[in-house]
Design a protein around this ligand. Structure first.
Ligand SMILES: O=c1[nH]cnc2c1ncn2[C@H]1C[C@H](O)[C@@H](CO)O1
Ligand SMILES: [Zn+2]
Length: 339
């Protein structure tokens, strides 16, 4: 399929970070609101908000997020940001998206942990009235924060579940804060009834994936380190764990040092429920269409595969069964001409 066809295909995206996906025009608008000077040239600005070409690991990649954090400290800014990311997704025919962000990184201007989320949800709702897309929010605990902070965040946000917020995640510094360290906050989120996904396996550490599955987490972001672990892949399949693959991001963080160390083929061959995601549109300088193009080029992924991955995404989405059925019907229509 050519790029225009891939662009036109209906899509779903489970793994997209708000702060890593702001368009340059949105970044300029938010910077203006706080009188923060930015380089006049888009090329120069892009260099500041994209992961450096010489990133050696996840820690290098994550440093890029420091640039936008000061821009996301008011209700208005979070609303505009959420609207902006949904608009980008809708433009490339994403029918369902879950957008994640860390409330703890948006409270230095005086917002509470739940006010930050309410503002994101407001932006998602505004975008849904304008574009043909369903957009929901996930709140991220951060691995490097104390469990008490992540527990407070989930407690503050649990009441928003069902009102635009559909679940939670843990992101951040996986190399120094393995899954076991986060277990108390994971258990708190689960006890509060927060459906969870979880970043694991970005640091050559299959154990972090295994522990997340053991803790009963049904979706794993990345899971890259399973590529040479057949027993772990079997566990993923047996437990019906859905994997949120993020190819470009993995090459940048060196979670996968080359394409043959990316777990797509092994997971697909084993029958695992995989999905395709951007992770961070701006930081990774990608779009979901571009990710599809990479899979098609490198792995010969077909329209039937893309439909199956989208349906995996809907099955694992943190929404009601009737809402899922509507989206499944929509995707079946979208792909009918290509199968
Ligand atoms: O790929 C990732 N791995 C771990 N943490 C990540 C990744 N992409 C973004 N983050 C972090 C940085 C953001 O500030 C935070 C919330 O979106 O999540
Ligand atoms: Zn991520």
């Amino acid at each position: 399929m050519d790029f225009d066809t891939l662009h036109a295909l209906g899509k779903t995206e489970l793994h997209c970070h708000l702060d890593g996906s702001l368009s340059l025009s949105c970044i300029r608008q938010l910077a203006k609101m706080i009188n923060r000077p930015l380089p006049a040239s888009d090329d120069t600005l892009r260099q500041l908000v994209q992961a450096p070409a010489d990133s050696e690991n996840l820690a290098d990649y994550l440093k890029t997020f420091d640039f936008v954090a000061p821009l996301l400290q008011t209700k208005k800014a979070l609303q505009l940001a959420a609207f902006d990311v949904v608009a980008q997704a809708a433009e490339e025919n994403v029918r369902y998206i879950e957008i994640r962000f860390a409330p703890a990184f948006s409270i230095s201007g005086g917002l509470s942990l739940s006010e930050a989320t309410e503002a994101v949800i407001e932006g998602l709702h505004q975008a849904m009235t304008k574009f043909d897309i369903v957009a929901k929010a996930l709140v991220c605990g951060m691995r490097q924060l104390p469990n008490a902070d992540n527990q407070a965040m989930f407690r503050a946000n649990a009441a928003l579940l069902g009102n635009g917020l559909v679940g939670g995640d843990f992101a951040g510094n996986e190399a120094d804060f393995p899954t076991s360290v986060c277990a108390p906050a994971i258990k708190t989120a689960q006890a509060l009834g927060v459906p969870l996904t979880f970043h694991a396996g970005e640091c050559h550490c299959p154990q972090n994936i295994a522990e997340a599955i053991f803790l009963g987490i049904p979706r794993i972001g990345h899971a890259t380190a399973c590529f040479d672990q057949p027993d772990l892949i079997q566990k993923i399949v047996q437990t019906h764990t859905t994997i949120e693959l993020c190819l470009t991001s993995n090459l940048q963080t060196k979670a996968a040092r080359s394409l043959d160390k990316f777990p797509y083929q092994a997971l697909k061959a084993a029958g695992a429920a995989i999905t395709i995601n951007t992770d961070n549109r701006t930081v990774s300088n990608t779009t979901l269409t571009h990710e599809y193009e990479l899979y098609q080029t490198y792995f010969k992924t077909t329209a039937a595969d893309f439909l199956a991955f989208n349906l995996n995404g809907i099955n694992a989405a943190f929404i009601s069964e009737p809402a899922k059925q509507t989206l499944r019907n929509r995707l079946q229509q979208d792909y009918a001409a290509f199968l």
